[in-house]
Design a protein around this ligand. Structure first.
Ligand SMILES: Nc1ncnc2c1ncn2[C@@H]1O[C@H](COP(=O)(O)OP(=O)(O)O)[C@@H](O)[C@H]1O
Ligand SMILES: [Mg+2]
Length: 251
């Protein structure tokens, strides 16, 4: 397997002087192309901070993040935003849909920003709207559709550019269990069929049980790592056991 993303002795300190706090102490690991990795850990462990540094949204205080052998921590803002748009996809907990745009406009936004040809955009939209069952809501606005539909729109927008890697921060956080299961099945599909590399932050053991490997962090360091080698149910139990071992978060 080829390394896709490398986190190399990353440290993140927030604040200055007397209110400095170390969110990520010293973390190193790699994710291979095509993996589906979960990041778990108690509240305040540094999960979101880590995801943001890996997905170019934030920069480490020390250390390096390499994606496809390119050191993104050295990129300037312009190069970063281009790289982010062309190579990476994001699903946020609250979906971040733009309320003044229709569902169609929301989904095609990343392609429109990249000035992709209109016919190509329409073809990609048609394909993704079919897969995610969005055809009858394309003309609606985000506040006119259900949470489950909004979540599918967020997935469509994240994958319409065919990113090499998809990041998701607590993607099932606001979903009921039926909508959550559906989302996790879509994610498993894009991982297995389109070979998209996935990294998902979650505090929920059921959600995490869809991953193939989970890295547990606590107080800004790696606490443990487990792999799924049997059924999802067995993996779920392993996750619960590890959550019990890791205990609570920072005081
Ligand atoms: N922008 C920020 N400024 C200062 N401290 C922050 C900031 N973001 C997060 N932190 C602190 O860093 C630590 C890790 O936070 P975070 O990455 O959000 O954890 P998690 O996602 O695991 O709950 C926490 O102690 C949090 O209070
Ligand atoms: Mg978080």
């Amino acid at each position: 397997m080829m390394t896709f993303i490398e986190v190399d002795h990353v440290k993140k300190i927030y604040g200055m002087k007397f209110n400095r706090s170390t969110a990520i102490d010293n973390i190193s690991f790699v994710i291979d192309s095509g993996e589906f990795v979960g990041i778990m850990g108690p509240s305040g462990a540094g999960k979101t901070t880590l995801l943001n540094m890996m997905s170019t949204i934030d920069k480490p205080t020390f250390g390096h993040v390499r994606i496809d052998n390119q050191d993104i921590t050295q990129y300037n803002e312009k190069k970063l935003s281009e790289f982010r748009r062309q190579q990476l996809g994001f699903i946020f907990q609250d979906f971040n849909l733009l309320n003044s745009l229709t569902i169609k406009e929301n989904i095609i936004l990343p392609l429109a920003l990249d000035k992709v040809n209109v016919e190509i955009i329409e073809a990609k939209l048609a394909n993704i709207a079919n897969i995610l069952n969005l055809n009858n809501i394309l003309k609606h606005f985000p506040n006119e559709i259900s949470i489950g539909q909004q979540q599918r729109v967020a997935v469509a927008r994240a994958i319409i550019t065919a990113p090499k890697m998809l990041f998701a921060d607590e993607p099932t956080g606001s979903l009921d269990s039926k909508a959550a299961t559906e989302l996790l099945k879509y994610l498993t599909d894009v991982n297995e069929k389109q070979k998209m590399t996935l990294m998902m932050v979650t505090h929920d053991a059921f959600t995490a049980s869809y991953c193939k490997r989970i890295i547990f962090i606590k107080d800004g360091n790696i606490f443990a790592e487990i792999r799924r080698d049997g059924s999802r149910k067995e993996f779920f139990q392993k996750i619960i056991d590890m959550q019990a071992a890791i205990g609570g978060g920072r005081q």
